[in-house]
Design a protein around this ligand. Structure first.
Ligand code: ADP
Ligand code: MG
Length: 350
């Protein structure tokens, strides 16, 4: 596809993410339906309460070059890539449209997802991660239910992986939005590895099986969150998110204009499951580092093999945690491989 912005006709808004939107579009010359993700490139962090568009053409060209390898990512577990282009001030990434949307949207609509379907999700994500790493040495970096997509053929695929280092650098990631799936070692600033994705998978699977985020959110308090958001600098590979760095960041409120929209979407306190205690993001990160990992609860509600698998994903020591490839041989995943469950039939019930 030779993609041009004027050839893509907007059909429907699919969702809002950090700093941009995803739309269902039709590529007029070919009639192909696509999902178009537009992201504004930030040249500076909101740390300085400034949002500047990075004008450097060299950076933009480099991003497009890096995105190019997505053309070579061909797997039934990875959302296909049609192409990317710059449409000032956005970078637009066009990908396969998945007509049943993301798994977070699905469970929010239909409630907790049947554990056998969750097993198929685990299998698909592990296959996708193993493919990305074995064939392209790509680490996903943003595993969460909203990056797991489903279509009415019953296919489950992952999207939004960190293929471009420059793009990761350039997009002012609102840390707060995704931080809650972060592994303890990543919060502490250690090197990101494939095992960090495994932690995020474990958290995501619990969320799908319980129908709620394991560190439950509450509507009660937004002050801590919005304060913190203004102080965080964008994600940088390898250097983001140590608690020490966070604590040292000056608490300074950004101007309303820069964050008004985002505040609306995320103005939620975060509270511990069941406890009713409201935590700031900083407290949540400390909790992930210091407390024991969440589990598939209550005990006995889910198959033992599923409990064991999730426990393996959520080993706090990354050295003890397995890689996606190793986890493909776990009993629960072996069962998922030979399961007769009909994901297509399931996907057509909503
Ligand atoms: P996030 O993943 O943080 O929610 P995104 O901007 O990546 O933010 O995506 C916003 C929403 O758009 C997702 O939650 C998902 O529901 C929807 N979406 C993204 N990509 C696709 C796609 N290829 N097909 C269908 N829906 C998509
Ligand atoms: Mg996404």
């Amino acid at each position: 596809y030779d993609l041009r912005n004027e050839d893509l006709k907007d059909m429907q808004e699919l969702g809002q993410g950090n700093g941009g939107s995803v739309k269902k579009v039709e590529h007029a010359p070919t009639g192909t339906i696509m999902a178009k993700k537009a992201r504004i490139l930030y040249g500076m962090s909101k740390f300085l309460s400034v949002v500047l568009i990075d004008a450097k053409p060299s950076v933009r060209k480099q991003i497009l070059r890096e995105l190019h390898i997505m053309h070579e990512c061909n797997s039934r577990y990875i959302v296909s890539f049609y192409g990317a282009y710059l449409a000032d001030p956005n970078i637009c990434i066009c990908m396969e449209y998945m007509n049943k949307g993301s798994l977070d949207g699905i469970y929010k609509k239909i409630g907790a997802i049947d554990i056998d379907i969750v097993g198929q999700v685990a299998l698909a994500v592990l296959e996708g991660l193993t493919y990305l790493y074995d064939f392209h040495r790509i680490i996903h970096r943003d595993i969460k239910p909203s990056n797991m997509l489903c279509n009415s053929n019953g296919e489950i695929k992952i999207c939004d992986f960190g293929v471009s280092g420059e793009l990761i650098n350039s997009i002012a990631d609102t840390f707060v939005g995704t931080s809650t799936y972060m592994s303890p070692e990543r919060i502490q600033g250690a090197q990101y590895t494939v095992k960090s994705d495994v932690w995020s998978l474990g958290i995501s699977l619990i969320e799908l099986a319980l129908g709620r985020f394991p560190f439950a959110e509450s509507e009660s308090d937004d002050s801590d969150l919005s304060d913190l958001e203004g102080t965080l600098s964008p994600a940088r590979p390898g250097s983001m998110g140590s608690i020490a760095a966070l604590s040292l960041a000056p608490r300074q409120k950004p101007p309303k204009s820069a964050t008004a929209k985002k505040d609306k979407r995320k103005s939620k306190g975060v509270s511990l499951q069941g406890g009713g205690m409201t935590m700031s993001i900083l407290e949540l990160l400390q909790h992930i580092v210091n407390e024991s990992a969440p589990k598939l609860t209550p005990e006995g509600r889910f198959p033992k093999a599923a409990e064991n698998f999730v426990d393996s994903c959520l080993l706090k020591d990354p050295d003890a945690r397995k890689t996606p490839k190793e986890l493909l041989n776990y009993p629960w995943i072996e069962q998922a491989k030979t399961s007769t469950i009909d994901v297509e039939a399931w996907a057509n019930t909503f």
